[in-house]
Design a protein around this ligand. Structure first.
Ligand SMILES: Cc1ncc(COP(=O)(O)O)c(C=O)c1O
Length: 407
């Protein structure tokens, strides 16, 4: 078979592409290669806050806010989409460069990161191993041993993990807390190495110095899309810290000579306290080769605290939703046609809208950009709590096809 000419605009996901960073980031530790798997650039869309049926945006209307969304939920198909694929372009390039045949990573039962990793691994012919934290770990094992039954299920992200044939290793939240995610990844890596596999470990959320390059690049992408236009506030969900680090350090470097136009950066923490995230962002930034002051972690932390506001957005806890949050997600979807997720983007925007209500004058006459990081498959887990309102907002009616009236 003759191969297609390389001049055609066709990407081979496995092909290592030489990576040249945006000029503002050239002093960081620059990875040599990346892959091209994501659907980039993702669009920036303006959300109509004046639409007649709008009530979630009432406050924006009053304050004359222009509201934009950077649609990283559109960065891939259902199996790849969201923020993780940007990180995986760098992480899997490294895995391929090192000749690895297997990847091990870790996350919650409905981890978007694990789902995207599994699919991306299959694209580049690497075997995916996911460690999923679930309260059901012991029960699922018991069902398997005693009833020969697979009770893990197929809800949301799990369906896509399983469709692409991910190997799933389970642990309980208690074990995750006791041993830590890195130790658990290390254990599965050792087991696989003993079977002569060449294994590549990816930390939770893909949030290390290398994966974070996905969001340094994303800032370069945003800057060229804005084409000199100013955004006053950039807002996004923060889980393991890599996205926040890339956006914060990327924007700080990109606007280093134009500080007046540096947007205020709002990271909404969905699983930990702000202090934890200031620390985490600073550590990843240091690992990337970012330096200010005397280069110490304390100086980097001071810098980070100056440019990023981390908001406490975890509410009832990681992946736990209040009815108010779920109602907000439903209203937002009805008004915009865009689906947020209950664990990250929905929680983050809900929390940010409260911030605007509490401090309206900080946002008057401004342009706000919310970075939608994906994750809508997480909604499957919340059906029970959402269905009552959905049954009202999305009524079902039997057609009277034969014109005889309905029985
Ligand atoms: C949909 C979604 N948004 C945001 C985040 C947070 O990104 P990060 O882990 O880089 O902080 C995640 C992380 O899992 C996610 O899945």
């Amino acid at each position: 078979m003759t191969r297609l000419a390389s001049s055609l605009s066709i990407h081979s996901p496995k092909k290592l592409i030489p990576h040249s960073p945006p000029s503002f980031a050239s002093k960081l530790n620059v990875p040599k290669h990346r892959l091209r798997i994501a659907n980039l650039p993702t669009p920036i869309q303006e959300i109509d806050v004046d639409s007649s049926n709008s009530n979630v945006f009432e406050i924006f209307k009053d304050l004359n806010v222009q509201f934009l969304m950077k649609r990283d939920d559109m960065s891939g198909g259902v199996e790849l989409g969201g923020n993780k694929i940007r990180k995986l372009e760098f992480l899997l390039a490294d895995a391929l460069e090192k000749g690895c045949d297997s990847v091990v990573t870790i996350g919650g039962e409905q981890s978007n990161h694990c789902r995207a990793t599994a699919a991306a691994c299959r694209m580049v012919n690497i075997e995916p191993h996911l460690i999923l934290r679930t309260r059901r770990a012991n029960q699922v094992e018991k069902d398997k041993c005693e009833k020969n039954e697979d009770s893990f299920g197929y809800v949301g992200n799990i369906l896509f993990d399983r469709i692409v044939g991910a190997n799933i290793h389970t642990c309980t939240p208690g074990e995750y807390g006791r041993f830590g995610s890195n130790e658990l990844v290390d254990r599965v890596c050792k087991e696989l190495s003993a079977e002569d596999k060449k294994v590549y470990p990816i930390p939770v959320g893909g949030s290390n110095a290398l994966g974070t390059w996905g969001y340094i690049e994303a800032v370069g992408e945003l800057k060229s899309q804005l084409n000199g236009e100013k955004v006053d506030h950039v807002v996004f969900a923060c889980g393991s810290g890599g996205t926040a680090t890339g956006i914060a350090i990327g924007l700080a470097l990109a606007f280093a000579n134009d500080k007046e136009n540096l947007p205020q950066i709002h990271a909404i923490g969905v699983c930990d306290d702000p202090d934890y995230f200031y620390n985490e962002i600073s550590l990843i930034a240091k690992d990337m080769g970012f330096s200010v002051g005397d280069g110490s972690i304390n100086d980097i932390k001071d810098f980070v605290e100056n440019i990023v506001v981390v908001h406490q957005g975890k509410g009832k806890g990681y992946a736990a939703s209040t009815q108010e949050e779920l109602d907000f997600i439903l209203q937002f979807s009805i008004q915009t046609g865009i689906v947020l997720d209950p664990v990250y983007s929905g929680k983050a925007l809900f929390r940010f809208m409260q911030e605007v209500k509490n401090n309206p004058n900080d946002y008057r006459d401004s342009r706000i950009m919310f970075w939608h990081t994906g994750g809508s498959l997480g909604a499957y887990e919340k059906i029970e709590s959402m269905k009552q309102n959905m049954n009202i907002s999305s009524p079902i009616k039997r057609m009277d096809v034969y014109g005889k009236g309905l029985e």
